[in-house]
Design a protein around this ligand. Sequence first.
Ligand SMILES: [Zn+2]
Length: 110
Amino acid sequence: MNEVLASTLRNAVYERLDYLDRLVNEADLPSRASLADSEIARMTAAWRNLLAKHEPDYRGRCRECGGWRRRRPHPCSVWTTAHKNLIVIDSPKTPSTGRHAAASYLPSAG
Ligand SMILES: [Zn+2]
């Protein structure tokens, strides 16, 4: 993908997100309900497509991150971002600041 196409794609995605943010913040309740009906399904499908590409391989490494020679261990940044935004944001006990805040959204081992 050349630089112009990449920029156009990037701008289009940000414009769509801005549009959805405006609707969520400014639209009336029936419009927001209608928006939820269509957009939640689209967002969950998008997350599932993205996460599928970042599933670990047989060695527990991300299939997409890090290139073919040095793949990143699972969970990669896509999975930690998904966990942070889909799971942790709803959890009231999670600290959002402090020394261990960056890793606090990772699932605990125990
Ligand atoms: Zn990945």
